[in-house]
Design a protein around this ligand. Structure first.
Ligand code: 1GP
Length: 253
């Protein structure tokens, strides 16, 4: 998975991840046609996780996904140490750097180690920053930390760089699931050029215009959660758009 992220970062290609919240996902609602389209449409990664972090059905969900989309890597995006599963390919080992709650900076991580020591999961060290226009989201409610504001670009860049200097290799700027505002293009550009490492952007991406703004700002991988839950066809539209976008870049080169 690290290779996939590095390839996206080093090329001008953009990637798309589908985020599934196991607390809310209803497999029955998705038709075979959707899985067929998703497998044809070059979905890069599947993220599994939710900020509630309460679920115990993660193993079962990943096994079911493995049946439907065997070739797409499954990555745990944990809301808590309970959401770690050996069935996945990799784990975003996150530290919530935008907040000051020790439990989410290092506490949950230490608790997770016992499980991780005996697992084969690829561990992706990831600086995780909550960034939006001041919206309250589930990460805020769970972690009791506030987002950094889009307008505070220097603070956001310095926080991301602190993560880089601590050795973190992947960067995830998240506006929070279902957030009204998104991470701004200015922030995406500034962080990407400062860290020069794989940059994941998510939260509130519910239209192709917003996706395009992230792609244009040099996001390597965007994450679609909430809107795909509401309307699975939206994910397919985003994947088609990504293909078109990457092909256009290729022609320009
Ligand atoms: C949230 O970045 C993810 O952690 C995805 O957000 O659910 O709003 O797509 P959405």
């Amino acid at each position: 998975v690290s290779e996939i992220l590095n390839d996206l970062s080093l090329s001008s290609k953009r990637g798309v991840a589908w985020l599934i919240d196991p607390d809310e996902f209803d497999f029955e609602k998705l038709e075979e046609e959707f899985f067929w389209q998703a497998s044809q449409a070059e979905l890069d990664l599947i993220f599994i996780g939710g900020s509630q972090g309460l679920t115990t059905g993660v193993d079962e969900l990943i096994s079911a996904l493995q049946q439907k989309l065997p070739s797409i890597p499954k990555v745990i995006f944990p809301g808590s140490e309970l959401q770690i599963s050996d069935q996945a390919d990799a784990l975003l080992f996150l530290s919530l750097l935008s907040g000051r709650n020790p439990e989410y900076l290092i506490g949950q991580q230490v608790k997770a180690v016992e499980k991780l020591r005996s697992s084969q999961l690829e561990i992706l060290s990831t600086a995780y920053l909550l960034v939006n226009d001041g919206d309250i989201c589930s990460v805020h409610r769970k972690s009791e930390t506030f987002p950094l504001l889009n307008q505070d670009i220097d603070q956001i860049v310095n926080t991301a760089l602190a993560g880089k200097y601590l050795g973190m290799r992947h960067f995830y700027l998240d506006a929070g699931s279902g957030s009204d505002s998104t991470v701004s293009p200015e922030v995406i550009k500034a962080v990407k050029s400062a860290v020069n490492r794989p940059l994941i952007i998510g939260g509130g991406l519910d239209s192709l215009e917003k996706v395009q703004r992230c792609f244009d700002a040099d996001a390597d991988l965007i994450v679609i959660g909430n809107q795909a839950q509401k309307n699975p066809d939206f994910l397919i539209e985003v994947l088609d758009y990504k293909r078109f976008y990457n092909a256009a870049l290729h022609i320009d080169e």
